[in-house]
Structures are given as C-alpha cells and as structure tokens.
Design a protein around this ligand. Sequence first.
Ligand code: TYD
Ligand code: MG
Length: 502
Amino acid sequence: MPKATKAAKTEKSHFFCSACGNEETRWFGRCPSCGAWNTAAEAPVAAAGGSAAAGRGPPPRWAPKAGAAVGPAGAGPRPLAQVEVLATHRWPSGLCELDRVLGGGVMPGSLVLVGGDPGIGKSTLMLQLAETLAAAGRRVLYVSGEESVEQVRLRAGRLGPIPESLLILAETDLEAVLEAAAQVQPDVLVADSVQTLARADLEGGPGSVAQVRECALALLHYAKGSSAAVFLVGHVTKEGSVAGPRVLEHMVDAVLYLEGERYQHYRVLRAAKNRFGSTNELGVYEMTDGGLREVANPSLAFLSERRGVEPGTAVVASLEGTRPLLVEVQALVATSFYGTPQRVTSGFDQRRLALLIAVLERRVGLRLGRHDVFVAVTGGLTLDEPGTDLGLALAVASSYRNRPVLEGTLAVGEMSLSGELRRVSRIEARVREAAALGFKRAAVPAMQASDARTEGIEVVPVATVREAIAELLGAKVEVRPPAGPATGAPRPDAAAKPGGRS
Ligand code: TYD
Ligand code: MG
C-alpha cells in the first residue's frame, strides 16, 4: 500500500469501543473506558455537527432542512424567550407502562433507542406499540431488517388485530428506508434493528460502528425534519464487530432498556436517558403467548412466589420513579473455603454489599470475615436505591444467625457507616404499599416513624441496624443435614463403572 494513502486513512479514522462507544485515536486490545476486550472497531471520525460524509460531494438526501430543529444550519443566536414553542401533544400509545417510562406518551419528532439482549422481546414490544398507535389512527411504518414480511405478519397476528395504517417494509438499505418514509410520511417509524441497516456508500458492513452511527444520525435528522417519532431497536452485543446501543446513547432523545432474565417471564423497561421525562420510571411486563402483558401490580407479582419464611430472606421497598416496588431479597452466608471470602451478588451492587457487611461486622458483631456471602434479588430486578440497605442487611444477618425475619415484615432504611438508619424519601408511600399487600409490620428509621404511620400496619421504629436485628428476627431454625446416602457407602456410579480393568 502506498504510504500516502495509509497516512490519509489513519488521519481520518479513530477507534471506537463497540460496547460503550468510547473513542480512542489508537487501536486498543482492552477498552480503557469500560474494560471490555476485543471491542475496538475502526470508523471515520465524526465531523463537527454530524455526518462523517459531510463536506464530501453533494449533501445527502437526508441532510437536515435549513432551520430544522437540529443541525449546523441554525438561524444564528436569538433570545431564548422568543423561541416559539409548538404545542407538542404526546401520543399516548395505549401501552401504559411504556407511556409512563417515556414520560407520558410518544413524543413527535423524537428519536428513541430501545436496547436489550437478543431475544428479550424488543421486536415484540415495538410491534405492539406499532399496532396500538396505528389503531389510534397514526400511520406507522415498521422497517424490519431481521425478519421477513411474513414472519412479522405471523407475529403481529398473535399480538392483536392488525390495523390498516400499519405498514411493513423488509429492508436493510438506509436510503431505501428513507425513500419509503418520504413516500409514506409516517407519524411513527420503527427501525428493527439499527444494526441491520447500512448505507451503501459507506465502508464496513451492517452493524459496524461507522454504519450504526451514520444510520442513527440520518434517522435523527429525519425525525427532526419530519416530526415523525422514530424508534431504533438495538441489540446489546458482546462481539467486537457489532456496535451495541451504547454507541448511540449520546445522540438520541431517549434510551430505553428492556431487561430481564431470559428464562423468567418478567421484563423490566427502564429509561437510561430521557430528554422528555424522568429516568427513574420503570415499567414491568410479563412475556406471554400473546406478547408482552403489562403487570399492573408488580409488587404482588415479585412477592407471589414466596414460600413460607426461610432464614435469609427479607422484603424491601425500592422506590422506582414515582412508585414503590416491594421486592424480596435473599442472602446466603456460608463458611468460606478460600482465603478471600466471596461476595457474590445478582441485582445488587457488590461494593454496596461489601460496605453493608463491614457495618454488620463492626457495629453488630457478626463475624462475616470467614464467610462467603451471596445475595440475589428476585424477579431479575436490579436494586440501586439506598432505602433497600436495611432489608439487605437483615437478610444477611438472618442467614448468618439462621433466624428468619418475622413473617409479614417490610424493612426500609438507608444505613450509615455507623450503623444508624438514615431517612429515606417517600417513606409513607412505601409503607402504604406494604399495608395494601397485607404486610403486618414495617420497620422504618426511628426519626421517620411519625411520617410512616399508616392504617392497618404496625410501624416499628428502629434507630440502628443492631436494634433492627434484635427486634425483627424470629426463633432459630435448626439445620438438619439433608437426607441422603450414608457417607462411606460406595457411589453407584463408581460401582458400575463401565470398562473397568478385570
Ligand atoms: P423478540 O421480540 O423477537 O426479541 P428481540 O427482538 O429482543 O430479539 O422476542 C423473542 C422471544 O419472545 C422469543 O423467545 C419468543 C418470545 N415470545 C413470546 O413468548 N410470546 C409472544 O407472543 C412473542 C411474539 C414472542
Ligand atoms: Mg428482534
């Protein structure tokens, strides 16, 4: 290769982490930002104000119109107060949980990214959204790059009646998509998925960082220029060659993630970013044969699988957006066989657990230094709210002492390093939720006892975690060794080992 071309090439391209979107000028084996291995992908540097293709040849068809809401061709500075506010009505989609997460409905002219693991239900959610919006009279264009028209039709039939104004296009060429959109002029455009779209004039196959960014940018301009609401579906990937949705997070208006354990039926829809509303809101769905169904009372759903009272379980009330969610947490404390005991969590921050364990060790006197501690949150949920500290600590103490938490107890409180319980926000809402679900008592930070008073439930004020453990654990459960073959008896597989020497 001639030297000149090589130099010109390296000048123009950077390396992007396809997992987190981090940009570096040099190739890297491990992303300095997120620590992922083998995720470097070469792509042209984003030119100021947008497309990497800007400045080369005639402006592309999808370039923003002069004066459009976004783009370099603004009308110069002017007094903010004099900017006309167009009355933008949101379109309620009829999927209440999705509407709430979006901040009250679909916003015309917005670009929303819907991310999630493959197979989690993104296409299903988008198709349901497309159906309900079309049924409400909106013109919807569903672009599928992954499935054939027939496949989408089959799925749509399972989800509900298919309105006439729902149009389908199986296409992966971005220009063809924009051409179709210009023709159809939809109110809502769904691109499923952004990783299958590609611009023919750009280097790199579909899914490469460069393609994904350029396609998203073109659709951003389309959304702002046409006032259509555009939804992009993006798979979370761990492969270096395919760019994940995080590469796009900074350029879209809202980022929703659909999460959940693949083999459990609950799905949680969460906003990671939202220019039109709060990011704390969370919607809960259940995957059924007829698509995603909204779970009206998630607390009940997350608790319904409780079987009796076992040591090591506790119920916490996590405030998710405007609503308190009652969730069961489980802890298992076991003698460690390693020099460094393990702290393993699922759905809870590991460092936060380490801190809670240190407080339990120093302020309560639990000797956890020689024990492994495992913590799990039920329902595939992730807890990151400080009000759940007390419940977690109780679960750990309960497992360690082998004494169950008293039946029907909710525990709320943030723990300080001194083991004292701090105030939590909206205590009354959390206690009310527990009362509505038939809980008997709620342990709350002592200083909030009067705020927490609620009809039909006993409020137990606790000042420290030590006090909570003293008051809320029941009688010790004797552990009997599990019934099994007596030790020393030959294992059946050892006796019947085939091919043994004779
Ligand atoms: P899908 O929406 O295709 O996932 P994604 O687009 O995120 O890759 O959902 C795939 C899974 O959902 C698949 O395993 C089947 C299941 N599913 C149902 O259980 N019920 C349904 O009605 C539908 C349409 C899908
Ligand atoms: Mg899909």
